[in-house]
Design a protein around this ligand. Structure first.
Ligand code: KG4
Ligand code: ZN
Length: 337
């Protein structure tokens, strides 16, 4: 079964072709980063308009790359939520209209389910059940993943998401947007000089909190005229603090569930220091699966894959769609039900 995946939940237009037998055939991504950079963050209306501009060329490109004509498509999967309402509307209306015109089913996919299942795109995918750390710009959650759609929430952030803390820190240090890669790059030149808190590091639960860390960065920044050395050292310490907490909670989640497979999903999962610490911390007791960096951040491949795994609930020639800007992952039904 050949599925076209469409991702438009935020500032990346992702399109991919996934074949249930042969795997991923082609994928293409257009990042709006340059356009939003001058505003220091995503401008929702600009994001929606740009998705409109990019979708048709990207769909043409993946079809050409895979040497497949539109008439061969069996299904279209699109991101139904969570995300920016206008951006979601563009992808959903495009996908449903195209599916209707081709007389094929369309299916709305939960964006975070896409992130959770992205490691299944690998050659050696992890078997269920596994523990998943979902760390993106909007979410920080630890899940027990029992199967497609069978997710138990183990812990989550009580305030800011980890990616949000990276983005805010980058803003405070004047490093631009998107913050995660900018902080990581700046930290390469930094060293241990400042001390930032590791919120909830020793709490007995699996929850997180990142707003205090962000405020502590703000306090450091306010105390001085920032030099390049200060920026690098603050970025270094921030990255150490955030990854210490993420890593410690992952180890605790493996202990609490008794599982020995950990999947790291979402944009912050691309962070190299986090990967280094996790690999070291779980070395003897578990294996860690990371999606390829391009499939950690938003992309169409994870949406095509998640749609294909949920093909049973796709509606043939749909004429309606919903979008869900806010959508709880644990409210999903297991696939096939
Ligand atoms: O999953 P994603 O692409 O979009 C959301 O669904 O949110 O995640 C984006 C988040 C942003 O906050 C970005 O700053 C962060 O992931 N990020 C990183 C890195 N690459 C992206 N954070 C830390 N280190 C990175 N290398
Ligand atoms: Zn995402």
């Amino acid at each position: 079964m050949l599925t076209l995946g469409i991702e438009t939940s935020c500032d990346e237009t992702g399109v991919a072709l996934y074949d249930s037998e042969r795997g991923l055939l082609a994928h293409a991504l257009y990042s709006q980063v340059a356009m939003h950079q001058e505003y220091g963050g995503v401008v929702p209306e600009l994001a929606s308009r740009d998705h409109i501009r990019r979708l048709v060329p990207l769909v043409r490109r993946v079809l050409a790359e895979a040497d497949i004509t539109m008439s061969k498509l069996d299904m279209i999967a699109y991101t139904e939520g969570p995300g920016l309402a206008g951006a979601l509307l563009v992808g959903a209306s495009f996908a449903v209209s195209l599916a209707f015109s081709l007389g094929i089913p369309a299916i709305g996919v939960h964006h975070l389910e896409g992130h959770l299942l992205a490691p299944l795109l690998d050659e050696n995918p992890p078997a269920f059940p596994f523990v998943a750390l979902l760390v993106s710009g909007g979410h920080t959650q630890l899940m027990r993943v029992n199967g497609v759609g069978a997710y138990d929430l183990l812990g989550e952030t009580l305030d800011d998401a980890a990616g949000e803390a990276f983005d805010k820190t980058a803003q405070l240090l004047g490093l631009g947007y998107p913050g995660g890669p900018a902080v990581a790059k700046c930290a390469e030149r930094g060293a241990a000089r400042f001390k930032l808190p590791r919120p909830m590091l020793n709490s007995t639960d699996l929850d997180f909190s990142f707003s205090g860390l962000k405020t502590a960065v703000l306090a450091l920044v306010r105390q001085r005229e920032l030099t390049d050395r200060d920026r690098a050292d603050i970025a270094w310490e921030f990255q150490e603090a955030a990854t210490d907490v993420l890593c410690t909670k992952c180890v605790a989640a493996l202990g609490a569930t008794g599982l020995n497979r950990l999947v790291v999903a979402g944009g912050v999962g691309a962070n190299r220091r986090l990967r280094q610490k996790l690999d070291q911390a779980v070395r003897d007791r578990a294996t860690v699966h990371y999606p390829r960096p391009i499939f950690c951040t938003d992309n169409g491949a994870m949406i095509a894959l998640a749609g294909a795994l949920r093909a049973g609930s796709a509606e043939r020639s749909p004429t309606r769609f919903v979008i869900r800007p806010r959508w709880d992952l644990t409210s999903l039904a297991p696939a096939g039900i």
